[in-house]
Design a protein around this ligand. Sequence first.
Ligand SMILES: NC(=O)c1ccc[n+]([C@@H]2O[C@H](COP(=O)([O-])OP(=O)(O)OC[C@H]3O[C@@H](n4cnc5c(N)ncnc54)[C@H](OP(=O)(O)O)[C@@H]3O)[C@@H](O)[C@H]2O)c1
Length: 245
Amino acid sequence: MDYALITGSSSGLGYCIAKVFAKHGITPILTGRDQASLNRAANFIQRESALNPIRFAGNLTDDSIPMALHRFICDQGITPRYLVHNLGGGIQGDCKNPPLCVLRKSFRLNFEVSIEINSIFYDDLKKTSAKIVHIGSTSSLHHDAPPSYLTSKSAILPYVKNAARSFAKDGLTIFAVLPGMLDHPGSYVDRLRIGDPDRHDRFLEKMTYGQFVPSIEVAHYIVSLCLVESNMINGSIITIDGGVD
Ligand SMILES: NC(=O)c1ccc[n+]([C@@H]2O[C@H](COP(=O)([O-])OP(=O)(O)OC[C@H]3O[C@@H](n4cnc5c(N)ncnc54)[C@H](OP(=O)(O)O)[C@@H]3O)[C@@H](O)[C@H]2O)c1
């Protein structure tokens, strides 16, 4: 039985990725802070796939939680074959000239936790020749986003390029996927659609194909890239935005 650990996977893109892994017979390990949301997500996946997703509730930005996640997974005698660092997002107060506390929170959420998890899980991941995916953002390329978010997401790029060189020697594969503006129930653009339709439409005008990036489609790309029996994707930075810019 193969397992996929996906951070931030009780909703949004992470949940979509978990669902697609399950469709391929790979048991997702779901993480999130809210136990009820995790149970809801796991129940949906179970109904669709007959697999029983593993759930870990905890705030991954808290210092002790990445280690607790590792203990939790080890205690079940499981080693993930796939690891998707999906955790990330905006921080309140991240606007022009953000204070240091905002920058730090953003780095912790969007970058640091993923590096810490790679470090803690490294020896386990070697055993399964794991595929590691970091979810970045196209804002790293067009620089049009809140400054702390954009800076912390951008840090993923050189990290992945550098890690690919050394991780490959241990049989690991690591790459980054940079989606454009995601569309799923409750996403930023989904909320704008209802709360601020004018702003929603202005964003939509910028989209090459007249649509935002459906999260479920990004999830299918990510899982299919993970399932290819090749390590040629190692170190790749893949943009999925429909050719927006
Ligand atoms: N949304 C976009 O338009 C967009 C565009 C480009 C890139 N991205 C990137 O794509 C990834 C997914 O984005 P998304 O919009 O799907 O995210 P999201 O909806 O904000 O993610 C929610 C998931 O993360 C969990 N989560 C949030 N904070 C957590 C914490 N501190 N510890 C543990 N779990 C936590 C949530 O569960 P709980 O709330 O229960 O904790 C939930 O499962 C992110 O890395 C984001 O930066 C997003």
